[in-house]
Design a protein around this ligand. Sequence first.
Ligand code: SF4
Length: 323
Amino acid sequence: MDYISAGDIEKYSYCPLSWWLSREEKDMDVEGVRKHREIGEKAEELREEKKKIKTFESMIMYYSLAATVVAILGIAFFYTIVLLGKIFISLSIFWIIVALYLLWRSERGTLTWGTGKIKRIMIILAVAATVFSVLAVTFVLPPNYILGYLLEISSLLWLIFASYFLFLALRGEIRYNSLKKELMLPDGEIIYIDDLKEAPLLKSEKYKIWGRPDLLIKAGKDYIPIELKTGRVPRGPLFSHIMQLTAYMLLTEENYGTPPYGLLKYGDVVYRIDYDEDLKALLLKKVEEMRKTLETGEVHRNHKRVGKCLHCSRRDICPERLA
Ligand code: SF4
């Protein structure tokens, strides 16, 4: 059985004859393609901005942590406080005991955490124990003012780096929010952009349908396909576009997870289309009709709407046009 594309489902749902005539077409809606590409590029920029913000946030955390540790170490070189030395050595021993306990449980297989998580925790515990033992030794040593000042200066440098990354993260956040507002996208991570080469063709093995949604957003546990429409903004979502989006929801269901809804975006207007069994059944009925048409070659106009023919891009070659 041949695959049927979501784009063909859209054309068939508009008018079966329109779909049939489009099968020989070579021309494309150049303006529509350009606008789609523009939106795709902005969505990619949005995704990259999010990645950068995450990196900057990590850098802020690491640099601030380093600045704090170095600052405490610097203070330890100014004073000799035996009590603090004892506290830090106790903390160091405590972390080592925790690390050994986790290692023992991991060896016995009674720890359900993944290997990666165990390794990360071990590294954190080892670093904490090392830092505490260095602090413990430094607090019991006689003061060394030169080293103390040097460490305080380097702590200041780490803080300056952390502030620089904070600035970059804030600037990225402003750009991210402005792009998100412009694209009117829901909260979540963009995991699929049609225009990108790495975006795979989504296929439904079960129903033999394929297609590429314009965007796919992961919002929490939900996957939300988005279809972007250029050109005139209709008063409500068009049936043919709903069918196309339903095809993308079905493809999302088979490749990622059942989406609760999809979004149809016409310029600044966004419609939410809930995904349910009735809508899916309607889509599959259309697909079945298309397969029958392909078998028989028998196809005709299925409506009496003059307006539809007026807006149809195939009216010049259509033998059954109403206008
Ligand atoms: S002109 Fe009218 S009948 Fe012909 S393909 Fe277009 S919509 Fe269908």
